[in-house]
Structures are given as C-alpha cells and as structure tokens.
Design a protein around this ligand. Structure first.
Ligand code: HEC
Length: 183
C-alpha cells in the first residue's frame, strides 16, 4: 500500500471516530429536543417519511388481499374503527378533540384522504408505526378482524356522516373494543 493510501485510510478512520464522539456527546448533552411541540427540521421530516414509506412498501409487498366488498365485513370494520380509531383519526363530520392538536406526527384524518392501498393498510393496522403513537392492533385482533377494518377503510373516504353512523349501528359495535378515551 502506498503511503498516500495509508494516509487516506487513517484520515477516514479518524473522521469516523470524531463524528461518533460528537454524536455521543450531543446525545449526552441533551442537545436534541424530544418535545412533541417542537417540529422536526424539514430534512428530518423528509427522511422519516422516506424511511416509513420504503419500510411499509417492502413489507406489504407479499400480502395477499382477500375480497373486501362484503357488506358484513365493512360493517364489522366500522364498529372496530368507531371504537378504536376515532380518538386519533376522527370520523366524517366529527369535531376535533383536545388530544390531536398536540400530537407529533398528527394522525391523518382518514376520511379526508384518498383511498389507500389495502395491503399497506393491513400491514400498518396489524403492526403499527414506531415512535408515532400508531399502535399495532395485531396483538389484540385476528387477521380476519384486521381485514374487516381494511374493508371499512376502503369505503371510509366516500361515506357521508349519515352512512358512517348507519354502518356503525349495523356493526353491533364489539364491547371489548371500547376504550376509555375522552371520558
Ligand atoms: C393513539 C393514536 C392512534 C390511534 C388510536 C390509531 N392511530 Fe392510526 N395513526 C396514528 C398516527 C400518529 C399515524 C401517523 C403515523 C405517521 O405519520 O407515520 C397513524 C397512521 C395510520 C395510517 C396510515 C395513514 C397514511 O398515512 O396512509 C392508517 C391506515 C391508520 N393509522 C389506521 C388506523 C386504524 C384503522 C386505527 C384503529 C384500529 C388507528 N389507526 C388507530 C395514530 C393512531
């Protein structure tokens, strides 16, 4: 190895060590603000979004989507959604609550988004998303129940408030789902 190459390697190794030391010192000093009410830098936000999207896309790739048009599935999903999801994601015509404005990231209003990809929705609902408050519902729900929720999510953006309420009423809302949120 030439002495020029040796010098380059030693320089690169030194640089890595310095960067690591600076990173550890920054972490120890409390420099990073973990407050939910202090927004991410635009670059941090862009990186998080990119990592989330690639992660979900690659993990949802092999999920086989069953037929989702069945009205029993959609109604059952509406019952789960109304009991477990509305505190964070709201429902058609539902007023905002006192929790959502303080959340970072803020949960999207699913009724106001375009219809999402069903395989990705299944993965997200089953596994949740780290460090966002989006819970994994897989530990407490079967895959069949999660597909019911996805069947409902496919209809949600097109529902009027009256249609939403009718579906929830038709679901015979499962009692074990009811969470003590907002009471
Ligand atoms: C405690 C709050 C909370 C609850 C309860 C919750 N979510 Fe979420 N959810 C979030 C947050 C926050 C995000 C955004 C995550 C992000 O930005 O990466 C999210 C994201 C999602 C997404 C992805 C939306 C997109 O960007 O395409 C879906 C789908 C979703 N949630 C469905 C549900 C369903 C269905 C339920 C109920 C079974 C539920 N969530 C319950 C907080 C919640």
């Amino acid at each position: 190895m030439t002495s020029f190459r040796k010098g380059m390697l030693a320089g690169a190794a030194l640089l890595i060590v310095v960067v690591l030391i600076v990173a550890v010192l920054a972490a120890m000093s409390g420099l990073y603000d973990v407050a939910a009410d202090s927004p991410h830098l635009a670059l941090t936000r862009a990186i998080i979004d990119y990592v989330r999207e690639s992660s979900i896309e690659s993990r949802a790739e092999d999920i086989k989507v069953p037929p989702l048009g069945n009205s029993r599935m959609v109604a059952a999903g509406a019952g789960h959604y109304d009991a477990m999801c509305t505190a964070c994601h709201l429902a058609p015509d539902m007023a905002d609550n006192e929790m959502r404005p303080g959340m970072n990231p803020k949960p999207p209003e699913l009724a106001k988004m375009s219809v999402g990809d069903p395989a990705e929705q299944f993965w997200i609902v089953k596994h949740g998303i780290k460090m966002t408050a989006m819970p994994a519902w897989g530990p407490t729900h079967t895959d069949e129940e999660i597909w019911d929720i996805v069947a409902f999510l496919q209809k949600l953006p097109k529902l009027t408030p009256a249609q939403y309420r009718a579906l929830v009423a038709a679901s015979g809302k499962p009692d074990e789902d009811r969470m003590n949120m907002g009471h």
